[in-house]
Ligand binder design. Structure first.
Ligand code: CO
Length: 292
């Protein structure tokens, strides 16, 4: 079986070859996946940052979306899910796995990731000595300040004076990450009151965004996805030319819009937050939680 593995998104030689690995540690990077080729630049940036931070450590990708994996397979790109990624790391002789969620917040996708890893561990007892699960991008106040700083630096040169920054998050239909989103939004707006945020599926929807913009009389806005990759949602739901995209609906309200189709993974400073989360987690999923 082949599947998405080391250096799929990077140019040049793999950062490690079999036999070079001595530490026994391996990293599994987990994302939803994207079928948009241009959006994969974000994966490449994240992968490169991990390779330079963890030289010689096997880095394997897992895409959780079956639809995406099937689409990629048709293009000749072999992409695996979480189980395949863990198999691959085990076959590389890895004993200590650092799973890193590349999700924005601990919503439905992150919960499914945690459950998949735990079920995999149950089915393969003793295969790994330790498995750590790195938390998603936005969770602590420190994370929110760091993400806001990275996004503001990235957009500083692109924004015109007085131009609002509109960030589109994904959100979950049942509102799983609504409150984390609100917390992040609060911190982002402390850094810049012209940042406006809403989600496709969450509580703070387009109508809430539109009334926020109207309340301060915003006339122009730069639209940026608050997602790891600028994939289908960014290109269609956010910036697309169809009448129901956020861009079209804002224009209809008299707001001049421009968009920046960079995934967060492409923005300097963002991969470093994931890397910090990978390093920080010392809670081994193979063991009972330690209670005092
Ligand atoms: Co979606």
């Amino acid at each position: 079986m082949v599947f998405l593995s080391v250096c799929l998104f990077s140019q040049g030689q793999p950062a490690f070859a079999k036999g070079q690995v001595t530490s026994g540690e391996g990293i599994l990077l987990v994302a939803f996946g994207t079928s948009v080729p241009e959006a994969r630049a974000a994966f490449a940036k994240v992968e490169k940052a991990y390779q330079s931070e963890f030289p010689g450590v096997p880095i394997v990708w897992a895409f959780t979306s079956q639809i995406i994996r099937k689409k990629l397979a048709r293009e000749g790109i072999a992409a695996g899910g979480i189980g395949a990624g863990l198999d691959r790391l085990a076959s590389e002789g890895v004993r200590v796995v650092r799973v890193q969620s590349l999700h924005m917040m601990a919503g439905v996708e992150f919960a499914a990731l945690a459950r998949s890893v735990l079920i995999n561990l149950q089915r393969n007892p003793g295969r790994f000595d330790a498995v750590y699960l790195g938390r998603p991008l936005l969770e602590s106040g420190q994370d929110a300040y760091a993400v806001a700083a990275a996004v503001l630096d990235w957009t500083a040169k692109k924004r015109e004076p007085g131009e609002a920054l509109v960030l589109m998050g994904h959100g979950n239909e049942k509102g799983r990450a609504d409150l984390v989103f609100e917390g992040a939004r609060e911190i982002f707006r402390q850094k810049d009151p012209l940042i406006f945020m809403a989600t496709i599926e969450g509580n703070r929807d387009f109508d809430a965004l539109a009334s926020d913009l109207a309340a301060v009389g915003v006339r122009k806005a730069l639209l940026v996805p608050l997602m790891l990759v600028a994939g289908d949602h960014a290109r269609n739901d956010l910036a697309g030319s169809e009448a129901d995209s956020w861009a079209s609906r804002l224009q209809k309200k008299g707001i001049a819009v421009r968009s920046d189709l960079s995934g967060l993974g492409e923005i300097p400073g963002i991969p470093e937050i994931f890397i910090r989360h990978t390093r920080e987690n010392a809670d081994d999923l193979c063991k009972e939680p330690v209670k005092p």
